[in-house]
Write a protein that binds this ligand. Structure first.
Ligand code: NG1
Length: 507
């Protein structure tokens, strides 16, 4: 067997460099071979032996199918440094890939069946046929994320071949670190390699963002883009519609610390409704501002999201624009009657025109649609991302950190996606000298991200363990500690890692 180094780190230079002898290794020595070791070394800075064993186990399992093209795919999770719920509104985000990822080893099959085994028993084996149209499982199982990717890519290749893969993931699920999108990206790359499909990263990232809506969430494009295109030691400032990015160096004298609150943020049915409520409220805010702008004699061109009705596109001064926004979005809670009157449409017509799922027609959210608050979070969060990217590029880490705290407060009060546990973690971080701290990801549980001086990293992590886990949780949520006895692993540091890639191994 040979391992062929396909594409890594700088995916712009994606090429099959199997002719470069340094990357050709012999089957039998595969895991001992220095070339492979160097390959793993180019990805992982620490825990190399552990990674070697992990990849080796998956490869061993895949030998149950002795023949056929064999591929190894890795896709990282991400932590979003700043810019929450801005992506689907057409505004930027600033994530980086983390040292937790998903690895798949897959073998081409001769039929049209896809089977994926998971090393974690909580995730039972997925098997489905490509002969029939793919349907998402309503219970929200992990198979949906594999299907989401294939459902999109099969459009390119209706006669595609299946594969059997063995996978292992180290990204904690339901933690806001994007384990789901890493799986979507990993499954997509495996399917592409097996079927020799080539798609440019930007195009693929955009397609996979839409593809993930298959599972029933209405999220944006951050997670798939960063998992695919991340660069070592850099965060990416991503912009959307169309997707584009800039790299921003992560300062070497600081450390990114991630802490799981132990409160899961699952995308189960009820949680999904609460999550999807935010994009719905943002779309309604867009509709209302667009209607008010029209009444004032300005017609934005085909507005679909908040960025399309931004003042930047209009010949209005700040005061005039703010008056229009107030008329459009106040009072702070809106019902269907008010929406219908302001938009001169029935609620069914609004739902069709603005892609509001039917469930919201008869069951508006408790407390009404909070378009005013949501709008203010998104607009100010977008400004914070721009300022934060500049601050990081200029080495002004203190300002960057303050913007992180500002972002958390806005997520908490205006977007209402925080929880007492996440707030406690941010407060503890502030008291213990973090330059910045905030919830990360969709919210409603999951993780916080902290920026700390390298010199205090160890002490800081110990403080989190003492003050949050042994202090706050023991007092307020002992049930979470009981559910997660291994909570010491919930605090970890990460470098900014490289994006997804593949290796080919041929017998
Ligand atoms: P997570 O934390 O992975 O659920 C979701 C969206 C992102 C973004 C964030 C909030 C998906 C796949 N991901 O992330 O696009 O909107 O919420 O900033 O929908």
């Amino acid at each position: 067997m040979q391992i062929i180094y396909y594409c890594y780190i700088n995916r712009k230079k994606r090429q099959n460099i199997s002719t470069v002898s340094g990357y050709l290794v012999q089957t039998e020595q595969m895991m001992n071979d220095t070339s492979l070791f160097h390959f793993l070394q180019s990805i992982y800075e620490t825990g190399l032996m552990q990674q070697r064993n992990r990849y080796s186990d998956l490869i061993k399992q895949s030998r149950r199918i002795p023949d056929g093209d064999r591929y190894i795919v890795r896709a990282p999770g991400r932590v979003n440094l700043i810019g929450e719920h801005t992506d689907y509104n057409g505004y930027p985000v600033l994530p980086m890939a983390i040292n937790r990822d998903i690895v798949l080893v897959g073998v081409k099959r001769s039929d049209r069946v896809i089977t994926v085994h998971n090393s974690d028993d909580r995730f039972p084996t997925v098997t489905f046929s490509l002969e029939k149209p793919l349907k998402a499982d309503r219970a929200g199982t992990w198979s949906n994320y594999v299907k989401a990717a294939i459902n999109e890519l099969i459009k390119n290749m209706p006669a595609a071949t299946g594969f059997t893969a063995w996978t292992d993931g180290t990204i904690p699920p339901a933690a806001g670190l994007s384990s789901s999108s890493a799986l979507v990206v990993g499954a997509a790359l495996m399917f592409m390699k097996i079927n020799a499909i080539q798609i440019e990263d930007m195009d693929l990232a955009e397609r996979l963002a839409k593809a993930e809506h298959f599972v029933g969430t209405a999220g944006g494009g951050m997670d798939q883009a960063i998992s695919l295109m991340a660069q070592k030691n850099h965060a990416l400032k991503l912009d959307f519609f169309p997707l584009r990015y800039k790299t921003v160096s992560v300062p070497t004298d600081y450390r990114v610390v991630i802490c799981h609150s132990l409160l899961d943020a699952p995308k189960t049915e009820q949680a999904r409704r609460e999550y999807n409520r935010r994009p719905v409220e943002c779309r309604l805010a867009t509709a209302l501002i667009a209607a008010e702008l029209c009444r004032a004699g300005f017609s934005p061109n085909n507005p679909q999201r908040l960025a399309d009705v931004d003042n930047d596109h209009l010949p209005l001064d700040k005061k005039q624009y703010q008056k229009i926004v107030g008329q459009a979005l106040l009072p702070a809670s809106l019902d269907w009657k008010t929406l219908s009157r302001r938009l001169s449409l029935s609620k069914e017509e609004i739902a069709t025109k603005w892609s509001i799922p039917d469930e919201w027609i008869d069951q508006p959210p408790a407390g009404g649609f909070k378009c005013w608050k949501r709008y203010h979070h998104v607009i100010n969060e977008a400004r914070r991302v721009n300022k934060a990217s500049r601050a990081l590029a200029e080495g002004d880490t203190e300002s960057f950190g303050l913007l992180m705290y500002g972002s958390h407060q806005s997520c908490r009060r205006k977007f209402e996606i925080s929880t007492p546990e996440l707030n406690a973690l941010v407060d503890i971080a502030w008291k213990n000298g973090a330059i910045g701290a905030r919830l990360t990801g969709a919210g409603f549980g999951g993780c916080t991200v902290h920026l700390v001086r390298r010199s205090i990293k160890e002490k800081f992590m110990t403080r989190l363990l003492d003050d949050y886990f042994a202090g706050y949780l023991r007092k307020n949520r002992p049930d979470l500690l009981e559910k997660h006895p291994n909570f010491h692993n919930a605090v970890f540091t990460t470098q900014a890692m490289a994006g997804a890639g593949c290796l080919k191994s041929t017998d």
